[in-house]
Structures are given as C-alpha cells and as structure tokens.
Ligand binder design. Structure first.
Ligand code: PMM
Length: 274
C-alpha cells in the first residue's frame, strides 16, 4: 500500500508513439500500450496519461486521423478497466473523442493555444484541464528558450493562459498548471523552475510537473560535450525530482517509471511523519 498521507498523485505515461524521446516505439501497438497501462496501474499509478503525438524537440506533427487511431482504442480499454485516464493532446477533436470513450482529464502541452477550439471542449465537459507552459510547436521550440527571469516569465505566461481560458468559459477550478519542463527550456531553466515550484504554486492552481527522463536529467554527471545518458537511465534522477515535488506538495508528477516515483513519495510521507 502507498500509505494514506501520501498526497502527490502519480500520473503514469502511456505513449502510443513510434518516436517519443523517452520510450519511443516500445508501446506503439494498441495491445502493448494497454498492457503497459495496466502494468503502471499495478505499480500504483493514480492516473494514466495516454498520448499519440510525440512532443520531443524537433518532432513533426502527426495527422488527426493517425492520432485518433493511436489513442482512442487504448483510452477506451483502460477506462473500461476502471483507470482514471487523461488524454495528452493538443487537438480539441481528439480531446472530445477521448472524453467520449472514458477519459476524464485533458492534458494539453500547449495549454489550449495550439487549437482554438480546445477551450470550448474543455469548458463543455467541465473536466480537469492541464495547462502547460508552451511557446510553440516542437520543431522550433528550443529557439524560444530565451528568458531574463524564467520563473517570473513562466508564471506570467501561465497567468495569461488562465485569464484567457477563464474568459472562454473554462472554470478556474478545472485548471491544473504545469511549468513545462523541457519545452522551450534549457537545462538551467528547468533547474530554476524545479528550485522554485512554490512560485508556480502561488498562481493558486494545482501543479503538475513532468521532469521524467528529460534531457536535463541526462546531463547529470556527464562531461560537457559528451553524450547525455540514455533516457532509460534517467529514472533514478527522475525519482529524485519526485522527492522535490512531494516535499513541495505539488498535485502530481507525470512519470514513465511509476514504481520508483511511488517509492520516492513513500520517502516523503515517512519524512513528514517523523
Ligand atoms: N511532457 C511530455 C509530454 N506531455 N504533459 C505535461 N503536462 N507535462 C510535460 O512535461 C509533458 C507532457 C514529453 O515527454 P514524453 O515524450 O516522455 O511523453
């Protein structure tokens, strides 16, 4: 058992993509993705985040048809099995169909910017909506990693998203904010954001963080200019960031390796009870 006082939720990643940077191709067939989701639930995931479009730096977009073909069967099956499912999509049409087959959270890395219809879908459904800090699509986003004060600017840009979404009829109570680790961010930006989660929390919304297996963790202990460590060897560092998140009492962490983050949160719970 996880223990009752553990408050940070663990969102397990189910990528139905051939090219995600962290686990690309591993769970691409629907059956493999469903089995992976079931496995993450058994490890203790509270939510499964199902996505069909890679957002790794430089990635090109997939078509709507292809995205639907990838995610809808997986979301339907996992929802039927009783899982709480979020759909990781920038498309309003994909979000709407995912909600129809059982998803109950929409996770949009563009925070409702990429598709002008997203706000309406989320407002009509009344479901939780993850609004991530985003400065543009993956093929050019790293050109936009320019900040004077990254923490202040991410907070300001998330506030603008909250204002815009509320003006379009989305309830403030629906909004979960995410600083968008790795999205138009250099390693130093990611570290600043992780060091100042309280600033993101001061926006007054629940906070989700997605540091899992990201490149800034792959640079730890690796000399300048040398190859970053592979994504699969970033889970220990990821779990360490889950400790940071747990101590900060963030709402949730989005991770690939669920069991190590569950353990990390057990450490937090034990510490807090000591
Ligand atoms: N990162 C990725 C995809 N979706 N959603 C949220 N809310 N936050 C993130 O940081 C995030 C996301 C990219 O990672 P992946 O390719 O490993 O899924």
């Amino acid at each position: 058992q996880r223990g009752v006082s553990m408050s940070t939720l663990v969102m397990g990643v189910v990528n139905v993509t051939p090219d995600s940077f962290s686990d690309g191709g591993l769970w691409f067939a629907p059956d493999a993705a469903i089995a992976h989701g079931v496995d993450l639930l058994e490890q203790g995931a509270d939510i499964l985040d199902v996505g069909g479009e890679s957002t790794r730096p430089g990635a090109e977009r997939v078509s709507e048809e292809e995205e639907l073909r990838r995610v809808i069967p997986v979301i339907r099956e996992l929802s039927l099995s009783g899982a709480r499912v979020s759909v990781d999509t920038m498309r309003a049409s994909v979000a709407a169909q995912a909600l129809d087959v059982g998803a109950s959270i929409v996770n949009d890395v563009s925070g409702g910017v990429a598709d002008p219809d997203m706000a309406r879908v989320v407002a009509d459904a009344g479901v939780p909506f993850v609004v991530m800090h985003w400065r543009g699509h993956s093929h050019t986003m790293q050109d936009r990693a320019l900040y004077g004060d990254v923490v202040a600017e991410v907070c300001r840009e998330l506030t603008a998203r909250i204002t815009d979404l509320c003006a379009r009829g989305v309830g403030r109570h629906q909004l979960i904010v995410d600083p968008g680790f790795g999205f138009a961010k250099l390693p130093e930006h990611n570290w600043s954001l992780l060091a100042h989660l309280e600033a993101i929390q001061s926006l007054g919304q629940p906070v989700l963080i997605g540091t899992s297996r990201k490149a800034f963790l792959g640079r730890l202990g690796v000399p300048e200019g040398a190859q970053a460590r592979p994504a699969a060897e970033r889970d220990t560092a990821t779990a360490a960031t889950t400790v940071v998140a747990g101590l900060a009492r963030v709402w949730g962490v989005r991770v690939h390796d669920v069991s190590s983050s569950i353990d990390a949160l057990r450490v937090v719970t034990a510490l807090e009870g000591a």
